[in-house]
Write a protein that binds this ligand. Structure first.
Ligand SMILES: Cc1cc2ncn([C@H]3O[C@H](COP(=O)(O)O)[C@@H](O)[C@H]3O)c2cc1C
Ligand SMILES: O=C(O)c1cccnc1
Length: 345
């Protein structure tokens, strides 16, 4: 598997930035979490005056073999049907990205459907859905490595056209189950707290999901190696997102993380390369059980907490104005000195 050169953003610039932020015309710390966000983005870019350029929202889609076993409230066909909906502009992510002027593209990482050549759809197909991890590894090591190669090519393409901020979303029926297994393996929290209702399973459905996932874990035994966990339990869209996070961090691109499923990709990426954490902005807290576990493991304070449990990158699109506002205050807000305002007595 390819390696990535990812360096922590921590360093002496942090103190200078804190001084700049503290010099703004506001009580110390009064912009709360926006101050930490401004600082994070400035550190990623290693400048006191960061700029967000050519932002890009990407929705990664893939099918999951385990969906047929009944880990979701919806049938597998919803994956390709929703991709059609994205391409037609009718999904929640289309509406929110349009609302905030974020360009959107869909990446087919392995949907079990032939879309042909389509505007707005990037072909990164790794197969027609993964194997069911209840019986066999979800993907081979070669497929996983190919996902990383696809991701590097994708990030390179955007970076070369001036993009320095990428938002991640996903679509794949059954992918909260995959994210639950990953979260359990990489955080050591009991499976029960990592599994939730996804698209809305009832109690019996949730019970069945828990049992099927326990069966999958029974097949593999305890695993902690993030690359192995990804190969055994991941999805093609999750593996591609892991690669995108790492490739973006390598190029000092800001990565906007959505909810539980993108969070699972971030967990794998940051377990492989802890410095990748510095490049990830956690946009919201999903209502999906298990997201809390991930956020705690990442020591992340998400920007929004709206009870969303949709995926698609909706949390990213909704948080985007806050990300822009954080950069804007750091660049444009007057200081006590420039505005002639008296400092604290
Ligand atoms: C109509 C519809 C639109 C969606 N948009 C995102 N998801 C979300 O639900 C899926 C994960 O939940 P589970 O693991 O329970 O299948 C993912 O595809 C995710 O993005 C949707 C799900 C549905 C049904
Ligand atoms: O938070 C998420 O990513 C999520 C929650 C439910 C369904 N799909 C995605």
């Amino acid at each position: 598997m390819r390696t990535f050169n990812i360096v922590t953003t921590a360093g002496p610039l942090a103190q200078q930035l804190q001084k700049k932020i503290d010099g703004k015309t506001k009580p110390l710390g009064a912009l709360g979490q926006l101050e930490a966000l401004a600082q994070q983005i400035a550190l990623i870019q290693q400048t006191e005056s960061p700029k967000l350029s050519a932002p890009q929202m990407l929705v990664f889609a893939g099918d999951h073999g385990a969906a047929k076993a009944g880990v979701s409230a919806y049938p597998q066909d919803v994956t390709w049907q929703m991709v059609e909906n994205f391409l037609a502009g009718g999904a929640a992510i289309n509406v929110f990205t349009r609302t905030h002027g974020l360009p959107l593209a869909v990446v087919d990482c392995g949907v079990a459907h032939d879309f042909g050549e389509r505007a707005g759809l990037i072909n990164c197909k790794l197969g027609a859905g993964t194997e069911s991890y209840i019986e066999a590894p979800a993907m081979t090591a070669e497929r996983c490595a190919q996902a990383f190669e696809n991701a590097v090519a994708l990030v390179t393409r955007y970076a070369e056209s001036g993009c320095n901020v990428i938002g991640l979303g996903e679509m794949g029926i059954g992918n909260t189950a995959s994210a639950s297994l990953i979260t359990h393996c990489l955080t050591d929290h009991p499976l029960e707290v990592c599994v939730g209702r996804g698209t809305g399973l009832d109690d019996a459905g949730l019970n069945r999901k828990q049992q099927l996932l326990a069966q999958a874990l029974g097949r593999t035994g305890k695993m902690r190696d993030p690359a192995k966990v990804l190969q055994e339990f991941g999805g093609f869209e999750i593996a591609t997102m892991v690669g995108v996070i790492l490739a973006a961090a390598e190029r000092r691109i800001v990565v906007l993380i959505d909810g539980f499923v993108v969070g699972a990709a971030a967990l794998v990426a940051c377990t492989l390369y802890p410095a990748a954490r510095d490049y990830c902005v956690y946009c919201h807290r999903s209502a999906e059980a298990g997201h809390r576990v991930q956020l705690a493991a990442m020591q992340a304070q998400p920007l929004l907490d709206l009870g969303l449990r949709l995926g698609e990158g909706t949390g990213v699109a909704l948080a985007w104005p806050l990300v822009k506002a954080a950069v804007a205050f750091l660049n444009d807000m007057a200081s006590f000195a420039s505005a002639g305002v008296s400092e604290k007595a």
